[in-house]
Write a protein of this length. Structure first.
Length: 167
């Protein structure tokens, strides 16, 4: 029997907030905040990114983004099945991984992080091709994650070019 679609800001029936899949997919609950879960997830990614980049550099943050993409692909497919939705709004691990990828392209600087945040949110909302194609083409965890990572590549490129141009 198929479950009803997940209500915004809620977990699927019978799923604990503390389940590791829920914690990762909602990025510790940020995807359950009201109205704009993708923006909340992107914002929640920033302090983690700062610590990772401060300790591991840009390469460490890029590696963390790719590792989270792999983990997110596995767990978001499970969460999507639980919810009965193709890409549940509460799942924001895709935004976190793509936000980290974006930020890895710029310096560890508050202004760069603000620019990376804005650039990624714009790319995530507009979904330039092939992000829009990925969103339609792929299912399961890859379908949840791929479009955001492609948008992350676009915003990382823009951040990298902007940080080179402004220096």
């Amino acid at each position: 029997m198929k479950r009803p679609a997940l209500k915004p800001g809620h977990l699927p029936d019978g799923v604990s907030f503390w389940h590791p899949v829920s914690l990762i997919c909602t990025w510790f609950g940020s995807g359950l905040l009201p109205k704009i879960p993708g923006t909340w997830g992107s914002a929640a990614a920033l302090p983690f990114a700062w610590v990772i980049q401060a300790t591991g550099g840009a390469a460490g943050l890029a590696f963390a983004a790719l590792a989270l993409f792999a983990l997110g692909t596995a767990v978001s497919g499970t969460f999507a099945r639980w919810s009965g939705a193709k890409d549940p709004g509460a799942v924001v691990v895709d935004e976190v991984a793509a936000q980290w990828l974006t930020l890895a392209a710029g310096p560890l600087d508050p202004l760069s992080y603000l620019a990376g945040f804005v650039l990624f949110r714009i790319a995530d909302v507009l979904k330039p091709w092939p992000a829009s194609w990925c969103e339609r083409r792929f299912a399961g965890g890859l379908g949840v994650m791929a479009d955001d990572m492609v948008s992350g590549v676009y915003s990382a490129t823009a951040l990298w070019l902007g940080s080179r141009w402004l220096v």
